[in-house]
Write a protein of this length. Structure first.
Length: 204
């Protein structure tokens, strides 16, 4: 039986983060352009040959411009990495026994985070339960947050997926219970934590 289920964890501060993303984006390209211009000026004017006090002064001057150019390019690189933290959301796609998690940057750029086969899942459950804290505190387990929000949207909850993928990974998702139900159609029954409580019962 084939199953396809998909949903997203949308950034609840999308508008605010979109502005931050644009600001960092334009500032980063300013540093990129200035850095390239400085390096070009240095390369075309640096006196590679010759000697004397004047030549050494020019070497020191254009060498300083080149170092400044490299520094500006370093700032550009850091800002490019930084802007990915803003205006990001996550897509969860479950296809017949495989959970695919993707990170979406600024709505239009997508990067696959991981593919988790149900066979690799050790345990699945609710982060409100003690088992989550136990797994999280394990130094051999790496936690991977796959939601941009600190509070779950209406109708959703924070679910964890402990999986063995090049070592133990603890993935935290913000999803509807439908995703968990689809996972359990293919995963072993023992994968679901023993103290799991249906979300509908929890809210009563």
């Amino acid at each position: 039986m084939d199953v396809f289920y998909e949903e997203s964890a949308i950034n609840q501060n999308a508008k605010k983060d979109a502005r931050k993303y644009k600001i960092i984006h334009y500032v980063s390209y300013f540093f990129l352009i200035v850095g390239i211009i400085m390096l070009v000026i240095m390369l075309f004017n640096f006196p590679f040959a010759g000697s004397g006090e004047t030549v050494n002064s020019f070497r020191a001057f254009y060498g300083f411009i080149g170092i400044q150019g490299l520094f500006f390019l370093l700032i550009w690189f850091v800002l490019m990495k930084l802007k990915r933290r803003f205006n990001a959301s996550y897509d969860y796609c479950f296809v017949s026994g495989e959970l695919r998690i993707s990170k979406v940057f600024n709505i239009n750029r997508r990067k696959l985070v991981v593919r988790i086969d149900c066979e690799d899942m050790i345990q699945v459950g609710d982060i409100d339960n003690p088992s989550y804290e136990r797994f999280k505190s394990d130094p051999m387990t790496k936690e991977v947050i796959c939601t941009p929000n600190v509070e779950a949207a209406e109708g959703k909850f924070f679910m964890y997926v402990l999986a063995n993928i090049n070592g133990k990974k603890l993935y935290v998702l913000e999803c509807r219970e439908n995703l968990l139900m689809n996972i359990m159609k293919f995963a072993k029954r023992s994968v679901l934590e023993s103290d799991y409580v249906m979300q509908e019962r929890k809210q009563k």
